[in-house]
Design a protein around this ligand. Structure first.
Ligand SMILES: [Zn+2]
Length: 95
């Protein structure tokens, strides 16, 4: 089972966390076109590489934090260690 690094609790099993989706999304202005609002609300990037996400440690401290996750390596047999805390934007991936 893959493990995640909670900035407050340390390494925990992934089953203790929930992902709330993509982070760092820029909200359009109120006067933006309907197409821009539609894209903002319903479309997300599916990158091959590093993806920034919002996670919560629901079966632990309950804190929210950002994660930079590599989408290709996470789907394989490799173990991923994600470390992102307040003011930090880094991650580590090992085998
Ligand atoms: Zn925690």
């Amino acid at each position: 089972m893959m493990q995640l690094q909670c900035p407050w609790c340390g390494m925990r099993d992934e089953s203790e966390f929930v992902c709330a989706g993509t982070t760092h999304i820029v909200r359009p202005q109120l006067s933006a076109a309907d197409a821009d609002w539609g894209h903002y609300l319903f479309f997300r990037e599916n990158p091959k590489g590093v993806h920034r996400e919002r996670w919560r440690h629901v079966f632990g401290c309950g804190q929210w934090f950002n994660v930079a996750r590599h989408t290709v390596i996470d789907h394989g047999q490799r173990k991923a260690t994600r470390i992102v805390g307040p003011g930090q934007q880094r991650f580590q991936i090992g085998v």
